[in-house]
Design a protein around this ligand. Structure first.
Ligand SMILES: [Zn+2]
Ligand SMILES: [Zn+2]
Length: 50
């Protein structure tokens, strides 16, 4: 099957997201805003990041 999932573009975020999601290459509004900053850990509150 075609791979329709990709990792969130935030460097510290481990979330897998569906392509074409509402936040583009990010999993959430948080990552979309913080995506260009290097942070120690993602705090977008998704299960994969805890
Ligand atoms: Zn995350
Ligand atoms: Zn994310």
């Amino acid at each position: 099957m075609a791979d329709t999932k990709t990792k969130c573009a935030h460097p510290s975020c481990e979330c897998m997201i569906e392509k074409g999601g509402k936040y583009g290459k990010y999993c959430s509004e948080y990552c979309k805003e913080k995506g260009d900053q290097i942070e120690l850990r993602c705090e977008c509150r998704c299960p994969a990041c805890h």
